[in-house]
Design a protein around this ligand. Structure first.
Ligand code: 5GP
Ligand code: ZN
Length: 114
């Protein structure tokens, strides 16, 4: 999808501060961080929202969470803890329609979220 900003980051057309990548998954720092560490983990393949995930995508979704775990460890967050978030559509606060996991850490998180 050439009009999708995260597809363009995955294709290397838009620069990003990449912290982890493999053949299926890419993780890069959020442009507008909401915590001392704020990383987005995306599949290279375009999937718009969590609503669009199919049963055959379960392995890929698992890979996103595994990457989140690895980045959390890499960033020194594992022991203190961190938060992972997937926003979906308007009420979820999704603004980029390429499914992604937010990894937030480096400070204590509030609950319930806003
Ligand atoms: P959403 O609101 O869809 O869950 O999250 C989208 C996230 O992408 C936001 O936190 C926003 O700051 C981030 N973002 C939007 N455009 C870019 C970009 O071009 N580069 C990077 N690194 N992050 C972006
Ligand atoms: Zn995309």
């Amino acid at each position: 999808m050439t009009d999708c900003i995260f597809c363009r980051i995955a294709a290397g057309e838009i620069p990003a501060n990449i912290v982890y990548q493999d053949e299926d998954v890419l993780a890069f720092r959020d442009l507008n961080p909401q915590a001392p560490v704020h990383v987005l983990i995306i599949p290279r393949r375009h999937i718009a929202t969590l609503n669009d995930v199919a049963p055959e995508d379960v392995q890929l979704l698992g890979r996103l969470l595994l990457a989140a775990k690895m980045v959390a460890e890499q960033e020194g967050l594992a022991e203190a803890g961190y938060r992972t978030v997937i926003n979906c559509n308007a009420d979820g606060g999704q603004t980029v329609f390429h499914v992604h996991v937010h990894l937030l850490g480096g400070r204590s998180m509030n609950w319930p979220p806003g």
